[in-house]
Design a protein around this ligand. Structure first.
Ligand code: ATP
Length: 357
């Protein structure tokens, strides 16, 4: 049963459509991320769930109740903003306690719940400090404790980690997920960072220009992106322009340059212009004349755990990611064969209106 449900939620700011017909159901305890580039409507969606922005049309339900027009303070949701929005003149404990005071929770219970919330985020020793005496990561955790202490039915996170440096951000991603699992709070997080969304979430909502174009588990989004945009926004992809030669019930024959390749599935009509997508880590470098095609290393980049090659082939340049297993890397200018398993190919519409379904 869905716990939070958005039905055809739409938001216009004047003539700008920020969110268009968003349909989303979130299960109790789920961690869902809204992922997309700047301006795609993520924050607006979150703000409508929070009750800070009115919907233009559509319906929002929480635990079976229609909350579309309910005031923000009656929804009782926990919110963590990018800026944390801590009260600078209050101690950590007072910041966390604030929401409980507003709800007239008795003093003894307040103290107990604040202590529990601070223990959850490992800040019990910092209860008497002020926000200015904390690091960015610690401030972020205070904001999280403050949101969770009221035991909200839904936790809303708006780019909660974007003010942290890369290393701390990775640590906090892990910690955030652990805390969320422990307390089991249904969570919606806005982020434009695909690796963050993929690593933390149960499901990801990819948004493009106000629309949710794919809602799925991170692994499915990566392995089966629905649009050209998603294939390159979530990870890297080689996109080879081709044309459907033949489509049967289970396979599609695609002509890419002089090659014909058989791809699983038959969603496209013969003659349709398509993009054949292959992830760089699925491409293998094999001895020349042993692969699908021959190529030549144009450039190589050392990434530590991997080598990234740009290989020139008859169908265009391909990115190839090869694990650094300690063996000598190919040199720039070296000839190589290029191959990939059939099941790693995906077809995308060259023009998004050309899909057969
Ligand atoms: P970012 O990652 O940059 O925060 P976002 O995906 O969260 O972007 P939104 O902030 O939801 O995007 O904005 C969606 C669209 O609505 C944008 O075109 C934006 O300019 C517009 N918009 C957002 N808020 C307002 C507002 N208060 N008035 C007018 N237009 C707005």
């Amino acid at each position: 049963m869905s716990f939070l449900k958005l039905t055809d939620v739409t938001k216009f700011y004047g003539s700008t459509c920020a969110v268009q017909s968003m349909n989303l159901t979130v299960q109790k305890g789920e961690f869902v991320s809204l992922l997309g580039p700047s301006g795609c409507g993520k924050t607006t969606t979150l703000q409508m769930v929070a009750g800070f922005e009115a919907v233009t049309s559509g319906r929002i339900e929480l635990d079976g109740k229609d909350i579309t027009h309910a005031k923000a303070n009656t929804r009782g949701l926990g919110i963590v903003f990018q800026s944390y929005a801590l009260f600078p003149h209050m101690t950590v404990a007072a910041n966390v306690s604030f929401g409980l005071e507003m709800r007239k929770v008795p003093k003894a219970e307040r103290a107990e719940r604040v202590a529990q919330a601070l223990a959850l985020v490992h800040l019990e020793k910092h209860a008497t400090r002020y926000p200015r005496e904390l690091s960015g990561g610690q401030r972020q955790r205070v904001a999280l404790a403050r949101a969770l202490v009221i035991e909200p039915p839904v936790l809303l996170l708006d780019e909660p980690l974007s003010n942290l440096d890369a290393k701390l951000r990775e640590e906090m991603q892990f910690e955030l997920r652990q805390i969320q699992r422990k307390v089991g709070t249904t969570t919606i997080m806005v982020t434009h960072d695909q690796s963050e969304a993929m690593s933390i979430s149960d499901r990801v909502v990819v948004m493009e220009a106000g629309r949710a174009t794919q809602i799925d588990h991170p692994h499915r989004v990566y392995e089966h992106p629905r649009t050209r945009f998603i294939s390159t926004f979530v990870g890297k992809a080689n996109l080879l322009p081709g044309q459907v030669a033949h489509a049967s019930g289970t396979h599609t024959q695609v002509k890419v340059g002089a090659l014909t390749m058989a791809v699983d599935g038959a969603r496209y009509r013969p003659g349709a212009a398509v993009l054949l997508s292959v992830r760089p880590e699925k491409v293998q470098l094999v001895p020349a004349v042993q692969g699908r095609m021959d190529g030549q290393v144009c450039e190589r980049f050392f990434l530590g755990s991997q080598w990234l090659y740009r290989v020139g082939t008859p169908v265009g340049d391909l990115m190839v990611l090869v694990p650094n297993d300690g063996r000598a890397a190919l040199a720039e200018g070296e000839r190589t064969g290029v191959d990939w398993p059939d099941h790693c190919m995906r077809l995308l519409p060259a023009d998004e209106t050309a899909m057969a379904e």
